[in-house]
Design a protein around this ligand. Sequence first.
Ligand code: ASP
Ligand code: MG
Length: 402
Amino acid sequence: MSLIVKKFGGSSVADDNKLRNVARIVTQSRADGHQVVVVVSAQGDTTDDLLEKAAALNESASRREMDMLLACGEQMSAALLAITIEKMGCPVISLTGWQAGMQTDSNHAAARIKDIDPERVRMELDKHNIVVIAGFQGINKFGDVTTIGRGGSDTTAVAFAAALKADLCQIYTDVDGVFTADPRIVPDAKKLDAISFDEMLELASLGAQVLASRSVEMAKRLRVKLEVLSSFRECPGTIVKEVVKMENMQVSGVARDNNVARIALIGLKDVPGVAARVFSLLAQHKINVDIILQSIGRKDAKDISFTVAAGNLAEARALLEEHRESLDYEKLEVSDRISKVSAVGAGMVNNPGVAARMFEALAAAGINIQMISTSEIKVSVLIDLADSDRAVQVIHQEFFGG
Ligand code: ASP
Ligand code: MG
């Protein structure tokens, strides 16, 4: 008998039929002799709808009250799924995050998991219950409800899998697994049988949406074996684990992120300490900077361009304008009509030339590269938003054919 944690995302529990489908998957797994813990997200667009509802009443609602509100979405899914499973005659209990022992810090809306006390869940499993846990939420030391950030149910599932020493953590979604590219952009993208944590982490943080990157990071750190699979089609998904046999795969996936913006500071002084001042200012305001490009100085001036998440553009721009005098630049330019397209593969380390092939594919398609950034296992380029789909297609074609 093994213990399996199964997580179902919002699209997998969106309506009554989908809840029945999930109940079937879960009860079948229990009938096969497994202990089953289920983590659910809020149904469909519930979280967005709740955010809108609150904004209509107060655009600057406190994060504590927003957490009280948003946690309801997952709580509702958990109860509805338990009710559906009960109807199938199977012993089941649903638990809120805090009932299940999820303890977090007090950073409302983006709380960090501090500890999980799995005692209650274990007790319910010992009573032969299927345990359904509301994802995305916990409790802080004051007894207040917290949420752990968008996409947090993936992380909840991994955290419980680690705390319960589960044999496997299955993340059910509306696609068959992790693909070599988003099938909506590249129709002949292939499903991967397996991928390493490091590659998955890059793909997730570079825009692939199947898994929240924080959950992958946690799975790697706590050695939780993950599987990404479909709620709607019965077929093996993609296993995410420490080492994957590489064969000749130089690239395992192409991802893109359109939620990026570029900021250029033109005519900065070419003296020591300038970059430090710019990026400390942004860091102090918790604005993450991604790709950075500094031009070679001309006369006494230099330019620095960098990217931030699109959602941070307004704040970053305002900050830089506010500090224009002390930073001493001539001009500030911004663009949010850009896209970051990346090729990821653990095989790159031992295979020179991946970047060159990627750039050649883009050149042949007449796509201009604005910025480049590389790591051991990825090459990212910044391009015009209008070229984004085509860039993914030609890079995928270069490495996977088809
Ligand atoms: N319901 C939350 C969200 O939409 C958490 C999750 O689905 O993972 O972000
Ligand atoms: Mg998700």
